[in-house]
Write a protein that binds this ligand. Sequence first.
Ligand code: 5AD
Ligand code: FES
Length: 354
Amino acid sequence: MRKEFADALSRIARGEEPDKASLVILLSAQPGEEEEALYREADTLRAQYVGDEVHLRGVIEFSNHCRRLCHYCGLRAENKNLRRYRMKKEEIVESARRALELGYGTVVLQSGEDTWYSAEMLAEIIAVIKGMGLAVTLCVGERAREEYALWREAGADRYLLKHETANPRLYQKLHPGMSWEERITCLQWLRELGYQVGSGNIVGLPGQTLEDLAEDLLLLRSLEVEMAGIGPFIPHPNTPLGTYPAGSLDLTYRVLAVARLVLPWAHLPATTAVGTLSPNGRQLALQRGANVVMPNLTPRQYRADYQIYPGKICINEGPEDCRYCLEGMIRSLGRRVGRGPGHSLRYLSRITKN
Ligand code: 5AD
Ligand code: FES
């Protein structure tokens, strides 16, 4: 093991304020001793800070319409080879009821950036689902501050808005018509409004460096996110990045493990993208820092059309299949399915301080 690696690992794992150079060294962990040591520290901190429970967040992908043109994403407005759908309010509520029956504490309402759903419509849906006793996470992109405020008043608990990359120049290239600064402003609004905030980034984007990934981790730390979604880039043929290679799974695990060291309190999902690149991808992620999984609750008839990237898992499964599949996975790792809403410790300490 390189001495500089061992030094960086022990300093950062002890909670020393991370600097970019040390993070780059950790992210460059070599296969064998270095990776094993990194994963061991991540798993230890995961157990210490967030315990052995694995929280399940049922995701309802309620619309695949999107006004954006992100270069990596299959839902981009210019992809005409996609059958577009929008679930009605009743269908969304029905899916949430399934979540309750399956024992989930949280539903994630996720869609492309689809302004067909007015802020008021979504607020009504949120209120009904909250009334069932479920925690609600929103993941519907950039909207006005007043809209975020209305949803928070309607009872939404959490908001996911991935920053995608902390490199503003790379961000600009991949997101025509969008601005990195506006993205960060949205994240600040969400924080001010009292949401538990989730963000995160893609690993292995064309042109991305280890320095960029170190910046991703520093940004997540400075935002004090309650959750961070970290997944590999997967090329989608009907997008401008369709011919680029996929992000490395090993690099993704390293970013995840280092994320656990610098955000020990955070909820870190074993992402669907990791599960898509490898059949045991999510199991390995759960052993390398992750403590959340996000089973698909989308009704079967819509699943194949929520094609952010090709080969997405669980397309032919229904909500109950994913429920029992994950329970088996979690038990086989000697862990437990989380009970209740699974709020983050960071969040609970924030509200008890106020
Ligand atoms: N590969 C990996 N992740 C992707 N996302 C979108 N397209 C891709 C892709 N091709 C991720 C983005 C987005 C989330 C919904 O899915 O991070 O925020
Ligand atoms: Fe969907 Fe395993 S999580 S089938």
